[in-house]
Design a protein around this ligand. Structure first.
Ligand SMILES: [Zn+2]
Length: 711
């Protein structure tokens, strides 16, 4: 094969890839937009600019390359100018492969995926070569047919990926992706005809297929609309009942709020709110992570009883049992009693697929899912090496949970439209100060990160989020101890986030005051769980049941007419929140509820549960978490019972840090607490029950892994 032929054929191949990528890009962009439900097309200018910049850069590089090749060709060969069209982006293939391989390596994708990617890339190259060989013997039409085929196959794969995502985003399917897809395909057809590659007759057929596809999509869309649940009309007028506004801060440990005595003035506005509220100094969540804890708040049941917790078989952190339909939630009861119910939430575990939306007439669980965007904007992820894009996305709620500003926007617009629908129950969940502790746009100044820490953890990225993640996981895995300057860095940023959230909550309270909804509403501020900063060599939350994880803030502001405020020093469990609200609204508390209302302090069962994630057992460094735990606080003592491991007993009054395990020293107390606990386990049905696992498909799991979400 002579040089000329090689050039021409590789050029043909490149062009096919260019088109392929273009359609791929447009389709995946469509997916990203859909994922960012309610179709808020490209949320802002900066994001758009980055996308455009990355593609322009690619375009310029490939254009230059094309020019060089064209120049050489002019001098050395005589190829028709139209063939030049095929030249751009030989680079695109190689770059794409390199980026994918690099990202796979960087995100520590499991070996099998790496092997798969390599095999995929190699087989594609081989196919290209065979294809090139063939086209030199057959007519151009064959080439077009193969290009069309390859594009169609890619489309099919993407459609499968899309719908294969467990219907996760089906709820928010809008015409935007269909339109974008149509643009992509039309572009493909147009370019093909323009360059005379695609005979008009095939072009017509292709257009017909596109039209059919569009029609089908519209049909799916209208079907989706037709089967959407109608809003429940409130049957009973219940004007005498108070509005209930439940504010949940994520991962907020009680001792970092200034109204709870923290030496930093982190929460000046909540402190003011506290003066008008009942403040509980010993409030406990029923679990140490989001899903089971909020499920307990909403059902009044302990995790073993409501079942929304970790699964028996899991290989990623998003595997969990959803809250089964047969649970009765606070929102369901309130809705039945004539309340308008609305929830605005901000975490992966709170999207409706996990079942906590039960009973909410309106439930805004929008999450901007960058991992689709990540596959769409491959060049963009490459830019992550030089620009803190991940930081930007996190800080602006475009990756992970939405930030407080976005939540407030959604809440305010709901309030504006539903002000007349009193009484209402409004659940507001803020992701702050959940990790990453990134309180400022575009990350924190690198100067604020200790030199040593930067050197140790930030060698592969400019993103603070990645540095923080590396640091946290290396401590959690027992590879490195948390050094004092590292702890200071994390805690400073964590506190800054709490401080920011405090301002946002103040904006919310101000809005309520403006709308005359403050004075007469029952307003609750609490958290789903706490956070560890090196205590017991732990970071984050969700693996143990120590105080830093389950001791949370709880403030209840009653309508002013009640004149109820003050401080309660007796321990209460958040499972008691639902019955407290119901009792206050004079609605009978259904039998299944296990928590006791807060006015009944003697009946509080301070029990928390944490079920093991089976993936922990597979990794040596996380084996110590591989146990089902249940804790009980009784008086000054706290027992943590491990199913299969060693029990721990602490006197949390004199040893709140839980440093000294008294299990051997104080067998009498241990036995007493264990007996009580065993009674609870038996009578409340707290052992792990039937699985109700939310299925994630392999693609989702791999994508999450690719993101470095799971290490
Ligand atoms: Zn949480």
């Amino acid at each position: 094969m002579d040089m000329k032929k090689v050039l021409m054929l590789s050029a043909i191949s490149c062009s096919a890839w260019l088109l392929f990528m273009l359609v791929d890009f447009i389709f995946l962009s469509a997916l990203s937009i859909t994922a960012a439900s309610y179709s808020k097309i490209f949320p802002n200018l900066f994001f758009c600019t980055l996308v455009l910049a990355s593609f322009l850069t690619m375009g310029i590089i490939s254009g230059l390359l094309a020019l060089i090749i064209y120049y050489i060709k002019e001098k050395l060969f005589a190829i028709k100018p139209s063939d030049i069209f095929y030249l751009p982006l030989f680079l695109s293939i190689s770059l794409n492969c390199v980026i994918n391989l690099y990202l796979s390596y960087r995100n520590l994708l499991m070996l099998p995926s790496l092997v798969l990617i390599t095999i995929g890339v190699l087989s594609l190259s081989v196919l290209q070569v065979i294809f090139m060989q063939l086209t030199s013997y057959f007519k151009k039409q064959l080439l077009v047919a193969v290009i069309a085929l390859s594009v169609s196959v890619e489309l099919c794969i993407n459609i499968i990926r899309y719908f294969g995502a467990g219907g996760y985003w089906l709820n928010s399917l809008t015409p935007a992706p269909v339109v974008l897809m149509a643009i992509g395909i039309s572009l493909f057809v147009f370019i093909s005809i323009y360059y005379g590659v695609m005979p008009k007759i095939i072009a017509k057929k292709y257009c017909a297929i596109v039209m059919l596809f569009l029609l089908a999509s519209v049909a799916v869309l209208s079907w989706g609309k037709a089967t959407a649940k109608p809003d429940n009309d409130s049957q009973l007028p219940a004007a005498e009942k108070p509005n209930v506004i439940l504010i949940i801060m994520d991962a907020t440990r009680v001792d970092h709020l200034s109204c709870y005595g923290y030496e930093r003035k982190t929460t000046p506005h909540i402190d003011e709110f506290a003066k008008e509220s009942v403040l509980y100094t010993k409030a406990y969540s029923a679990a140490s992570w989001t899903l089971p804890s909020i499920a307990s708040i909403l059902t009044g049941l302990y995790p073993g009883a409501h079942g929304a917790h970790r699964v028996e078989k899991a290989d990623n952190i998003f595997s969990a049992n959803k809250l089964a339909e047969d649970n009765i939630t606070l929102a369901e009861i309130l809705a039945q009693s004539g309340y308008e119910t609305a929830g605005v939430v901000s975490a992966e575990f709170l999207v409706r697929e996990y079942g906590l939306h039960q009973g909410f007439n309106y439930f805004d669980d929008t999450i901007y899912i960058y991992f689709f965007a990540l596959s769409a904007f491959r060049p963009l992820s490459f830019f992550n090496l030089f620009i803190p894009i991940a930081d930007y996305l996190w800080a602006n709620g475009l990756y992970g949970g939405r930030v407080a500003d976005q939540i407030n926007t959604s809440v305010f617009s709901w309030l504006d439209q539903n002000i007349k629908k009193a009484p209402f129950f409004l659940l507001i969940h803020y992701i702050e100060p959940h990790d990453p502790y990134l309180s400022e746009e575009l990350g924190i100044s690198k100067n604020a990160i200790p030199e040593q820490t930067r050197k140790k953890y930030a060698n592969r990225t400019v993103n603070y989020t990645e540095l923080e993640r590396s640091l946290i996981y290396s401590v959690q895995a027992g590879e490195n101890p948390l050094l004092p300057e590292e702890k200071a860095l994390l805690v400073n940023n964590y506190d800054r986030e709490i401080n920011l959230l405090d301002k946002k909550i103040d904006q919310l309270l101000t809005k309520l005051k403006e709308k005359n909804l403050y004075d007469n509403s029952l307003i609750i501020i609490t958290a789903d769980h706490g956070e560890s900063f090196g205590e017991h060599d732990l970071m984050l939350h969700g693996v143990m049941l120590y105080e830093d994880n389950i001791h949370i803030p709880l403030l209840i502001k009653y309508p002013f007419a009640e004149k109820r405020k003050g401080i309660v020093n007796e321990p209460v469990s958040l499972t008691g929140l639902a019955p407290t609200i119901l009792s206050y609204a004079k609605i009978p508390v259904p039998k299944p509820i296990q928590g006791s209302p807060f006015y009944d302090l003697a009946s509080q069962k301070i029990v928390a549960q944490n079920f093991r994630d089976p993936s922990w057992g597979k990794r040596e460094e996380f084996k110590r978490f591989d146990q089902d735990l249940i804790s009980l606080i009784d008086g000054d003592f706290k027992i943590i019972k491990s199913m299969g491991g060693e029990n721990q007993l602490y006197n949390i009054k004199i040893d709140p840090q839980e440093q000294k395990n008294l299990i051997g020293e104080n067998p009498r107390v241990a036995t007493r607490l264990l007996t009580t606990l065993d009674n609870y386990i038996r009578n409340l049905g707290l052992l792990k029950k039937k699985e109700n696992q939310l299925e994630l498909n392999q693609i989702q799991i791999q994508t999450l892994k690719g993101l470095g979400y799971v290490k």
